[in-house]
Every structure is written in structure tokens, then in C-alpha cells.
Design a protein around this ligand. Structure first.
Ligand code: FES
Length: 136
């Protein structure tokens, strides 16, 4: 990972393309919480109908997993496994599962349901606006 920014990278971050790739100019929204999420604030992740009740959906690009433990209750967590940083792979039977070594995390609070991970998935902030789930 020692690549220096290429000319293409720079070009992507200008003009209308910047909207698509989330070049993150900060925008002075005063948020500044310094989390490591790849999602840009306000970016739509999915319609609420995409998130199954009692399950969830993984957004690999944003490194977020959005769950719906109860009807109408949406949660979001980092999709980066706290064991060795694999991206979690599935959401099934009330847990967010990592295929690398078998860790499982609760869809309700990100708590470890099964090791080897020992730390919960950090919660991510989302906003539900109408039928749309956005990063916050
Ligand atoms: S990295 Fe997820 S279980 Fe090891």
C-alpha cells in the first residue's frame, strides 16, 4: 500500500465524478468525529426495504453492516471484524458472521456472540429518512 496518488485519482476527485466517489471535502458540517468509516455523511446506503427484519445487509464499499433486529429498528456497525480485520461475510440467524475464523456478532448491539473475536463491532451512525437509510 505504498502507492502514491495517481493522476487518475486526482481527476476522479474533481467535477461531477467527486459526487460518485465521495472525495470527502469535509464540507464544514462540524461533524468531525474522526471515525474510520468509508461512508460519506448523508450518503444513501439503501432503502429500508433492503434490510431484512431479524437480519441485515453488508455494504462492503462503505465497510458498514446495517441490521434490523426488530421491525422498524435499524442499527449499523462497522463491517470490519475486530479479530483480524476481515470484512464480515454474512448476516444470518441473528448474527453478523466473519468467514475468516468464524467470529459472530449480534445484530442488535454488535456484541461478540462467538469468538475468536473478543471485541464488539463498533456501532456506526445512520439516519433513517422515510424509506431511505443514510450514513450520518
Ligand atoms: S478476522 Fe474475523 S474471525 Fe478472524
Amino acid at each position: 500500500m505504498t502507492h502514491t496518488p495517481t493522476r487518475r485519482t486526482v481527476l476522479l476527485c474533481t467535477g461531477t465524478a467527486a459526487l460518485a466517489v465521495g472525495c470527502g471535502d469535509g464540507g464544514g458540517d462540524g461533524d468531525g468525529d474522526g471515525d474510520s468509516s468509508a461512508a460519506s455523511p448523508g450518503q444513501e446506503l439503501a432503502p429500508t426495504s433492503d434490510i431484512p427484519v431479524g437480519g441485515g445487509k453488508i455494504f462492503p464499499d462503505e465497510k458498514i453492516v446495517v441490521t434490523q433486529p426488530e421491525q422498524g429498528e435499524f442499527k449499523a456497525f462497522s463491517a470490519v471484524c475486530t479479530h483480524q480485520n476481515c470484512l464480515v461475510s454474512t448476516v444470518r440467524d441473528g448474527t453478523i458472521d466473519c468467514a475468516c475464523h468464524g467470529s459472530r456478532f449480534s445484530i442488535t448491539d454488535g456484541a461478540v456472540a462467538q469468538g475468536p473475536a473478543t471485541r464488539p463491532l463498533p456501532e456506526e451512525r445512520i439516519a433513517v429518512e422515510g424509506n431511505s437509510i443514510r450514513s450520518a
